[in-house]
Structure formats: C-alpha cells, structure tokens
Ligand binder design. Sequence first.
Ligand code: GLV
Ligand code: MN
Ligand code: MN
Length: 412
Amino acid sequence: MKINSSRLWDMVHELAGFTIPGKPWTRRSFSPIYNEGRQWLMKEMKACGLEVKMDAAANVIGRLEGKNPALPPIIIGSHTDTVTDGGRFDGIAGVLAGLEVARTLHDHSFQLDRPLEIVDFTAEEPSEYGLSTVGSRAWSGNLSEEMLTYTNTEGQTLGEAIAFAGGKPDEIAACLKKQRDIYLYLELHIEQGPVLLHEQADLGIVTGIVGIQRYKIIVDGKPNHAGTTPMHLRNDALAAASQMILALEEVASRTYEESVVGTAGVIANYPNGSNVVPGKVEFLLEIRSTSEKAIDEVSESFIKKAQNIASQRAVHVAHEDISRSQAITIDKDIQSLLHKAGSKVTDRLLELPSGAGHDANQMSLLAPVGMLFIPCKDGRSHCPEEWADQQDLAKGAQTLLNTVLEVGKPSK
Ligand code: GLV
Ligand code: MN
Ligand code: MN
C-alpha cells in the first residue's frame, strides 16, 4: 500500500496558506486564522472517512475505526500552530502525514485491528500565555488549574483562549488519559536542524527528546529621568536584565554531561521610553537538554548569578516557574520498529536526538512513543525559509504507514 505523495504535498501547502497576510507563515495558537485552519482540517478529515471531534482542550481528533473498536488506538499526532513568522512544515507535516496514512487505508477499505486516531494537539508552540504543548498536557495531566489562569498581554486567560478555540476549559479533567488508553503514539516532524542534511540521510529515527525548563524573570528597578539621573545613581532594570541574559549564555555554554542550550526571549521593558531609566523588565527564558541533571545545574547556576547581578545593581529579581517538560529516551524496540518500516523506503536512515520539544514529550507519559524526522533545507526552521523536500515528506509518511500496518494488522 502506497501513500499519495502529491496529495499530501497539496494538503501541506493548502493548510500552510492559512497565514496572517503579509506575515508568512504565521498561524499563532488561539488566533482566528488558527481556528480557520482547523476548520479546514476537520473538513479534510471527514472527507478522508474519519470521525471527527474536538475535546475539552480543543484538540482536534479524527478517528478511523478499527475491527475492534474497544482496543486502545494507535495515535499519530502533531500540531498546526506556528511560531510568529514560522514555517510551512513545523507541525502540519506531522498532522497531514498522519491524515494521508488514514486516507490511504480508507481508500483501500483496509481496516486495522485497532482504531487509528490522527490528532492536532492544541498550541504546541509557546503560546501568548507562556505555555506550550497545551493540548497534549491536558491528556497527560500536566495542564494545571493554575496554568489555565496564565494571561496574555491583554489580560485574557489561557482558559478563555481554549474556549475561543472551541474547547471547554471547565471540563479539561475529562481529557486526562490513562496508561492503557493509547497503544502507540507516533509523530513525524521536520528535523529543524542540519544533522540529516550533513550526514546525507533522508530519514531520522529519533532516539530521545530534550526536556525544557521555562521561567519568567521579573526585574524591578526604579524608573527615573534619563537625563538627570547620573549613571552611578541608577537602578536600571533593563541593564540588569541584559547582564542576566549574558549570564545565561555563559552558564549554558559550560560543559555538562549532555549538551545544554539556554535562550531568552519575549522581553518587556517598562515604561519603555528612550528618556526614562527602565523601571521594570520581564522576560522569558528556557533551558534545554537531554539530561535532566544538566537542566537543573544550569537553572541553579543561572538563578544564583541573576541574584548576584541584582544585588550589585540594587534591583530586585524574582523568577516564576512557567513549565517543565521531562527529557525522554525513546524505547529501543520502538526505534527498531521504525527502522524496519523506514528501511523499506530508504537505506539512508540515521538515529539522532531531538533538540526541539514535541507533543511526544507529554505523550511519553502515557504510551510508547516513536518519532521520525525528515530533513529540512539548510537545517532551518522557525523562520519563513523553512522548507522540506516533497520526496522526503513522502518517505516519512510511507514509513508511518508501514509502521501502522506492522503494528495494527488484523490478526487472521
Ligand atoms: C517547539 O518548536 C520547540 O520549541 O522546540
Ligand atoms: Mn516549532
Ligand atoms: Mn513542532
């Protein structure tokens, strides 16, 4: 059985076309264009013979019934939101490759032993509310009541945003899954880095995924007149925050048992005037590694350094824990399963870890997970230039189909 490469390619470009005009390719979670893209997706899912529903966390789920509907399903998932000015493949390649798998089975009137569900998880990217992997967190039990009260800059809560996306924030608990509810979770994604390209491989078998610690840092200084306040009498929150960001860079660049990256972003400066000494700065930062220990070491060193900088500069610093996702190692048996399925489409396979976070992190708390990477042009992602090759996407989708047929074939 073969997937239809051009049909999949057309779907990717049609969904990518749901973007903020003049700002390609932007489809932020909880925005009107995100909802429009998902309406299109639900229509496509129905046309592919899937039964479609949206759960309380606004996850979109399309189900292809199995011979035995009571068996736990195989799930293929990813996301359809993007970062601002993001790409045409991050997230949607995985959802639509899953949909192409389901459509191929449906076209052949082939019924698996167990159900197959294709899931577009809500808000995988860091949302305007600070939190990422919102939908898959609802399934794994990592979407707390407190998180639903996180606000965007307009003071709207994450709970309200979920309702805007069509979910039911008061019923999030109903999304919680148990260990035996899912048989296997699969996700295809563009690599978002240069390794496959560099090694001339056209399919990646993911061995593990980084964990991510995110903090909000709040620096309180003293706003004052920029012309009259001498340099040595300032309590400049932005100068202090800048020094803290450089400290993060220094601490994350040290050597740990596994490599670490640390990044600051979303910087808000108050009152943000060119003639006012900055009085308050808030910024987000994240620390990633496949080693939990390394993440903790960098966190501790950074917080100590930030406190020292604050006391030297006579400002106050506080940090709020936004989220933590655990680093995961992918089971060797699942890697072998994907390897066997992928060997039928290419002999240029490579095993590699993922430096990007994925819904698979949350799903690993519920089920065995497997992840496939396809190469991306120039190793670039989270930018408008992000691009993947049609043939590579087809090979990835065919590997998904081969895997699903292997694990879900009806017993005679
Ligand atoms: C998801 O794109 C991430 O931030 O790794
Ligand atoms: Mn992304
Ligand atoms: Mn992604």
